[in-house]
Structures are given as C-alpha cells and as structure tokens.
Design a protein around this ligand. Sequence first.
Ligand SMILES: NC(=O)c1ccc[n+]([C@@H]2O[C@H](COP(=O)([O-])OP(=O)(O)OC[C@H]3O[C@@H](n4cnc5c(N)ncnc54)[C@H](OP(=O)(O)O)[C@@H]3O)[C@@H](O)[C@H]2O)c1
Length: 337
Amino acid sequence: MSEIFEAYMIDRGANEALEAGLMRRAVRELGSSGVLIRVSFSSLNYKDALAARGAAGIVKRFPHVPGIDAAGRLVDDHEAPPVLVTGYGLGTEIWGGWGDYVRVPPEWVHTIPAGLTMREAMILGTAGLTAALSVEALLQAGVNAAGGEILVTGATGGVGTMAIMLLARLGFTVVARTRKPAQEAYLRSLGAAAILPLAADDETTTGKALSKARFAGAIDTVGGPILAGVLKEIAYGGAVATCGMAAGTRFEGSVFPFILRGVKLLGIDSVQCPRAVRETLWTRLATTWKPADLAVAARAIDRQGLGSAITEMLAGGRTGRTLVVLDPDEARSSPQE
Ligand SMILES: NC(=O)c1ccc[n+]([C@@H]2O[C@H](COP(=O)([O-])OP(=O)(O)OC[C@H]3O[C@@H](n4cnc5c(N)ncnc54)[C@H](OP(=O)(O)O)[C@@H]3O)[C@@H](O)[C@H]2O)c1
C-alpha cells in the first residue's frame, strides 16, 4: 500500500481564498483509529457540492476532503466483501470519499449486500438511501400504490431520480415535477408516468391556501416555496416526505393542509439514521426495491471532472446521479450493471 494518496481537496489559501483540486497527502494524516478503506467509487451529492465550495456548517475544518459516499475494500482484510459508507460524518467531520483512502469508525461500515456491485451501490449512494427512507416513510404513513398519483419534485436531481425509480419499481404512478421539461424522455425512462414542468410563477407556489387535491403523496427534494406548493396539492390523508433544500430552507404556508385534509409532513434524514434502518433498506435496494437498470440514472466522471460537475449541480443544471471513479482498475473489473 502506498504511503501517499491522492484526494480532491479544498483548503483556505492566502487571504482565506478557497483552493480546490487534486492534492497528494500522507495516509497517516487519516489517523490511526478506525477502519482503513481503499475507495473505488464515490459520488457527487448536493451536500458535496456545497462542501466543495467551503460551505460553513458542512466543512468543520480545512484542509478538507469532501465526499459523503464511499465504496471500496478493507485494506486490512482482502478476503472481506466490498463495503460502503454513506453519511454519518464522512466528508463533513472527517475526510471523505473523494480521496483514495478513508479511515472511519467501524460502526459506519456496511457490507454491500449481495445483489449490488460497488458501482451500483454508489450510483444509489446517499441519494438512493434518502429516496428509500422517503418511500418507507410514505408507506408507513399509509400511502400505497393503489391510492393515487405520487409527486416527486426536483425530479431530474439525484434524489429525485432515485425516488422515481424506486416508486415506479414498487408500482406507484409517479408524476415528476421539474424545471427541465426537456428531460421528459429521461424521466419517462426512469418510470415517470407524467411530467409537470415547474414554471417560475407556478400557481402551486403562490396564491390560495389549498389547491386541487391531486396527489396521494409526494417526495419533495427541493424545499422552500416548492414544498409549500406541494403541501397544498395533497389529497385527504396523504403525506409528504421532505428531504431537500435546493430552493431554500424556509417555507411559508398555512395549517389548512394539515387540519382540513389531515396531511402529514414527514422529515427524512439519511445522515444519522440508525444503522438497523440502513441495513434493512440497503438489503431492499439490493433485492426487492432494486431498479432494473441503475446505469441509466448515472454518469461516471473521474476527479478531474468534479470542478465543472459541482458548478453545474449548484446551478440546478445536472441530471441524475454522478458516479465518481477513484480506482480505474476496479472500475474496469466492476460490471456496468
Ligand atoms: N435529508 C437528507 O438526508 C438528504 C439526503 C440527500 C440529499 N438531501 C438534499 O436533497 C436535495 C437534493 O439533493 P441531490 O443530491 O439530489 O441534488 P441534485 O442532484 O442537485 O438535485 C436537486 C434538484 O432540485 C431541483 N432544483 C435545484 N435547484 C432548484 C431551485 N432553486 N428551485 C427549484 N428546483 C431546484 C433540480 O431538479 P429539476 O431541475 O428537475 O427541478 C435539481 O436537479 C438537496 O437539497 C440535498 O441537500 C437531503
């Protein structure tokens, strides 16, 4: 094992200016406690894009390696099956998956279940786990496939894409709300039955306290005024799983969806969610919930491509999941599907 590794890092340079790019570091800088993993694949999540721009509240100290997802092999046990880490403090509290190696507490490490390759585990990544948590929350709230249409917002994004695929796999009728109507063919290929373009002056985001009760449930990945609009469109007894904030952290609304239609608002957290819940959902993602063709939802880049991908993501312009390949040898031997 090399004592030096490469990582996409951010640091504060002269005058506190943010510097970002590929840098070489010593493996010993990862510390000595915990499990050392040779990372083969990571991914790009919205939180990573914020971290890569040095967002206060995500990056605890500099220099820093972003990457809240990692899949790879245990350095000290070559016979062990491949593993994954998502969330906890990876890529936030400690150096993350955009480095050749991560060292993490053992309780953060999950064996990739049979039925998923490392590549597929990272196409899913935090986005797939978040979508699975959202679907599970809707099911637990009594929303089922026979109950009517389900709305997914931020539909072309990572979580949105995964949510559409999982819901379609489970037989739900999915309506995709997007700012990118030109991606209709892509959204239909994921399993969306209908596309609702989001206009800047969309009446669901303004005006009356309630709109037509169209949807049995929703997964909102966007937050802000989009979430406020979604709540108005949920039918009696329905539920909204909310996980995102790309359009803002605050939203205005009234109590009417809750007190006149009994609508439930369900908070989703993939970062600290309990280990047992993760185990259950990763097993489902590898088996009964596994989309038929995960590869259609992802583009692969290497770390040289991260800079432009981050810019595009923060502008809301990216589509689907971005797989980050760290180990080209592993990528060549890991099947596409
Ligand atoms: N709670 C959790 O545990 C958890 C886990 C993962 C992610 N998240 C959050 O979920 C959100 C999505 O994450 P992601 O990784 O899927 O990001 P992403 O790939 O960038 O997707 C976000 C999507 O939201 C839409 N969007 C972006 N900016 C918008 C705006 N200003 N107004 C309206 N729509 C906008 C776009 O979809 P369209 O163009 O199709 O509308 C975009 O593709 C982020 O806020 C992220 O922080 C939370």
